[in-house]
Design a protein around this ligand. Structure first.
Ligand SMILES: Cc1cc2nc3c(=O)[nH]c(=O)nc-3n(C[C@H](O)[C@H](O)[C@H](O)COP(=O)(O)OP(=O)(O)OC[C@H]3O[C@@H](n4cnc5c(N)ncnc54)[C@H](O)[C@@H]3O)c2cc1C
Length: 216
């Protein structure tokens, strides 16, 4: 059975960044994510200040070369009815980006792999505590593979399944719910043109919109 110092549940940004950091410290790291490589996830705003985090992780050059769409600011409505404009020209780190999340996640996992992290995609991780850590089961395509780790990190996102199994409780939650949609529109309204994410009011709250194509 393969033994690791640490196993990380979830290969999103949190899991991959943690894997990269621990691998650099010489830890033997397993990273498992249940989704298939390249699975579509909705695009997200990446603020200019986050560049320094990628620089610390050693992945900034690859990130800048990956062709994420540039973003020059956000307009947001939060806590009041007045839109707030955050123009990135006033930031010291330059432009932000509209992330292609599939590309971003793949890039971080590739960087982890290069540092010797054992990355398992399309793999669901489950665990049973034992006297010196956790017995792991890596399930993929109906096959189960055992492994062992001393430490376990839950980076599985919002459901936090592992943390809850260990007794963690959600202390507060946002009363807002959210959903995402992707539309194909032939003619873009003028007010949506340009590389900004923008809010628009709906009957139930506020929708944030940005264009997907890199065509301006
Ligand atoms: C609609 C929407 C819009 C957003 N917009 C923005 C934005 O504009 N800017 C911004 O900064 N943030 C945005 N966010 C928030 C951002 O998506 C999250 O903060 C971020 O993805 C959290 O990263 P994470 O690595 O913690 O978790 P996730 O990205 O959720 O990754 C967790 C991973 O763990 C995997 N996993 C879970 N359980 C297991 C298991 N048992 N075994 C194996 N794998 C498992 C999941 O499949 C998933 O891939 C948005 C979120 C949503 C939903």
């Amino acid at each position: 059975m393969v033994r690791y110092d640490v196993a990380i549940v979830g290969g999103g940004p949190a899991g991959s960044a943690t894997a990269i950091t621990l691998a650099r410290l010489g830890w033997r790291v397993l990273l498992a994510d249940s989704t298939a490589p390249g699975r579509f996830r909705v695009g997200e705003g990446f603020p200019p200040s986050a560049r320094s985090l990628l620089n610390d992780l050693g992945v900034l050059d690859g990130f800048l070369a990956a062709g994420h769409r540039r973003s020059y600011g956000n307009v947001s409505v939060w806590g009041s009815d007045e839109p707030h404009m955050d123009d990135f020209i006033f930031h010291t780190h330059g432009q932000g980006f509209q992330l292609d999340r599939a590309v971003f996640d793949s890039q971080l996992r590739a960087a982890a792999r290069q540092l010797g992290v054992s990355v398992h995609e399309s793999t669901r991780l489950s665990q049973t505590p034992d006297e010196d850590g956790f017995r792991l089961s890596l399930a993929r395509d109906g096959q189960e593979q055992p492994a062992h780790c001393r430490w376990l990190i839950d980076a599985g996102g919002r459901p936090a399944v592992f943390a809850r199994q260990q007794g963690a409780q959600r202390l507060s939650d946002d009363r807002w719910w959210r959903s995402t949609c992707c539309y194909t529109v032939r003619k873009v309204p003028t007010k949506m043109a340009g590389p900004w994410s923008r809010p628009s009011r709906t009957a139930g709250g506020t929708a944030y919109c940005c264009r997907r194509e890199n065509d301006w």
